[in-house]
Design a protein around this ligand. Sequence first.
Ligand code: ADP
Ligand code: MG
Length: 311
Amino acid sequence: MTSLIEQAARRLEQLRNAGAQIPDRIPTSQAPPSLSQAAVAVAAPLISTPPVKHAVAPSQTSRQVTLDLDMLSAAGVVTPNAPRSYSADQFRLIKRPLLANAKAKGDQALKHGNLIMVTSSLSGEGKSFTSLNLAMSIAMELDNTVMLVDADVARPSILRMLGLQTMPGLLDVLEGGKDLHSVLLKTNIDKLTILPSGTSRPKATELLASDAMRRLLDDMAARYPDRIIIFDSPPLLLTTESRVLATQMGQVVMVVQADRTLQSDVDHALSTIKNCANINLVLNKVRGSGSDGYSYGYGYGYGEPSGNATA
Ligand SMILES: Nc1ncnc2c1ncn2[C@@H]1O[C@H](COP(=O)(O)OP(=O)(O)O)[C@@H](O)[C@H]1O
Ligand SMILES: [Mg+2]
């Protein structure tokens, strides 16, 4: 899978091929950051330097990373630098019911309502892209803090999408005895914290269905009741652990890739999580309506006719 940095670099190349006058380097201070400028600002250093450029503070208890927001918005991710994009509008629609459920009180309250799992039937449907955008979009609101957890431990991609190196995280908490706080990454978006997937190990996915994970989720829900915690998770049809994980979440977002995922796969995946309280479907990569040929459509709720979801 290509990283967002590579995508930004490719977009830069496309702009050049289309005849845009783009110098090899421009000062990053040039403003405002239009799409093409952002792509240049990000992609140009790649020509001569490796893509790892975000320093991690040495302290073991509060690690801080700096996200390259221009690079991310050039790659189509919602950021505070581009708050009015087409994607930003789509994610505003997607997050609204999730936030309402997370904050519901009294009779309406969901157990672990602030724990939101993003999954899909198969890989490549857009779970990580959706998780990141959702986390960004929620973190941009005044009232919400967000933790983005890379729980797709066999195929982690959140740090790579952000241009960051692998770091300790979830797996090190579950099996390595590390304290959660010591592996959380604070970012230059005040309200966004990241929990990396951590040091890879055999049978990592099995840990998602372990007692240690269940205890961690209880602990997170209790320790951070006001925080929205988004889990980028493995696909439902490829791992049984993902189904176990879903039962511990207050809400599930199932991403369906338009024109690719088969109706039967969607139905099968939904049947594996039918006991979960709140399932939302997001139709991804609907061609044609976004400026770049891709867009998000916010799906129908669980239980409605699903004929419009798949090819
Ligand atoms: N709506 C979208 N617009 C543009 N690119 C997308 C979109 N959704 C996914 N992608 C890209 O498609 C690829 C697969 O998405 P990804 O989120 O990694 O899938 P998954 O996590 O389900 O395996 C990635 O390169 C991602 O950046
Ligand atoms: Mg992924």
